[in-house]
Ligand binder design. Structure first.
Ligand SMILES: [Zn+2]
Length: 146
């Protein structure tokens, strides 16, 4: 089933990715059911234009926050500043979650957003549904800085 996100929340994620250029940006999307309610803009501990690494401590803090709100980790996003919105070989090798959507934002014009499940060394596309508005309240949290 498609992952649903509001246009404004997705726009905030894309802005985060653009701000981090030329580095890749990364973060986590949490919510309930298949609906993203919150975006956590995280820092790329790899400081790289071609790969990303989420800091383990920051990830633990975000996971606590997600649990505290009774939500679930639904997706992990990262940007490809110049590459297309396809998982790199490294993205596939390092994907740790089988049941989380990996969202890739390509900043090549036009900006493209694609979602994938990555398991058993393969990537499977997942549809991302963007709605103009989601009726239940949506929070938007700035990154937790350590
Ligand atoms: Zn990547």
């Amino acid at each position: 089933m498609a992952l649903t996100i509001s246009r404004s929340l997705l726009a905030a994620v894309i802005r985060h990715c653009q701000q981090e250029q030329p580095w890749e940006a990364c973060g986590m999307l949490a919510g309930t059911g298949r609906v993203v309610r919150r975006a956590f803009h995280m820092r790329n501990a790899a400081n790289s234009p071609v790969c990303y690494r989420i800091d383990a401590r920051e990830q633990a803090q975000v996971m606590d926050e997600i649990a505290r709100r009774g939500e679930r980790l639904l997706a992990i996003y990262h940007s490809h500043p110049t590459a297309p919105a396809q998982p790199s070989r490294r993205d596939i090798e390092l994907a740790a979650y089988r049941d989380v959507v990996y969202v890739i934002i390509s900043l090549r014009r036009p900006v493209t957003v694609r979602g994938f499940y990555i398991k058993d060394g393969q990537a499977w596309p997942e549809f991302i549904r963007v709605l103009p508005k989601i009726s239940a309240p949506i929070g938007h949290l700035q990154p937790v800085r350590i």
